[in-house]
Ligand binder design. Sequence first.
Ligand SMILES: [Zn+2]
Ligand SMILES: [Zn+2]
Length: 142
Amino acid sequence: MTHKGYKQTKEHKDKEKGLHFGEKAGMWKGDNAKYSALHIWVRNNKPKPKFCEECKKEKKLTIACISEKYTRNFEDYKWFCYSCHGKMDKKKDICRKGHKLEGNNLIINNRGHRSCRECKKKNDRKYYKNKNERKNIKMRKL
Ligand SMILES: [Zn+2]
Ligand SMILES: [Zn+2]
């Protein structure tokens, strides 16, 4: 007999630590649930090095998604110290679909979060398309 579900305390602590980044700043609204679930999964499964993968210094490390693809691929994540994590966030100049975040394509909201106009447009269109498709299915059934 095995008793699963007793790992919670550690996970819970990790989760609290994670709150200092991103989530607290409200940067990941919308993708929040997906983002934190994946983050926790990677954090628990990707081997943690002793040193920051960017500056190679021995510091307190946090997992960072470097591609913003939100896959379960370890290659898309790195263990960064908090200062490198912050720097990386500022450096990002392409969206998760690879569009350049500059000029007219760059949207900066009042929280300072950068997002892609091209993707926003596509998401909006997808939303309306789905809505219409749902309507059509309903009509066909009738
Ligand atoms: Zn570092
Ligand atoms: Zn985009």
